[in-house]
Design a protein around this ligand. Structure first.
Ligand code: ITT
Length: 185
């Protein structure tokens, strides 16, 4: 870990960190990657999963730390894969999702940022972006990027040059940044 940073980002997923690092730099917050496998409980609430993850992350690093828990909620599948998005991506993947989905392709991508340091109880910041699941898998990106089209766009996250300006991650990190910067004043 570099000497100088404001907050650690604990995750096993470098893509999440790389996007978060760029987004928070815009708000003057310097992030550093704490690559680690966190305890991830199975629960139908993303908030509970994020809380458990950040408590586990803080125990490991004892430094100001954020974690992020994301879920893709598909309307025609009653919100599936939701809190199971990571497991489902690693098992049936984007192909499997396209086989399961019904006529209604509406979906929401939800991001919860959880922050913890020595003086605070964990604090959560949630945002979601509505969108649609594409008919085909597009090239590029990572995770569900090749199949998620955010609202008001006609391209998937994988094809959008400005994903970081409109993603679920951007919206929740913006809330975190405003809170964190106020706290520092
Ligand atoms: P950590 O829990 O270690 O942080 P993870 O990859 O397991 O990493 P999540 O449980 O938060 O992260 O993510 C749920 C799934 O959603 C996972 O398969 C991610 O790859 C995917 N995902 C999250 N954000 C995404 C994004 O911006 N674009 C595409 N896929 C995304």
């Amino acid at each position: 870990m570099p000497e100088s940073y404001d907050v650690l980002f604990a995750s096993s997923n470098i893509h999440k960190y790389e996007e978060a690092e760029k987004i928070l730099a815009e708000f003057g917050i310097k992030l550093s990657f704490f690559q680690t496998e966190l305890v991830e409980i199975q629960d139908d609430s993303l908030s509970k999963i994020a809380l458990q993850k950040v408590e586990n992350a803080y125990e490991k690093c004892k430094k100001p730390v954020i974690v992020e828990d994301d879920g893709l909620f598909i309307d025609s599948l009653s919100g599936f894969p939701g809190p199971y998005s990571s497991y489902i991506f690693n098992t049936i993947g984007n192909n499997g999702i396209l086989k399961l989905i019904g006529d209604n392709r509406d979906a929401q991508f939800v991001a919860i940022i959880a922050f913890c340091d020595s003086s605070n109880e964990p604090t959560l910041f949630e945002s979601s972006v509505a969108g649609k699941i594409s008919k085909n898998i597009q090239d590029g990106g990572w995770g569900y990027d090749p199949i998620f089209i955010p609202e008001k766009q006609n391209k998937t996250y994988a094809e959008l040059a400005d994903k970081n300006k409109l993603s679920h991650r951007y919206e929740s990190l913006k809330k975190f940044a405003s809170w964190f910067n106020n706290k520092q004043e």
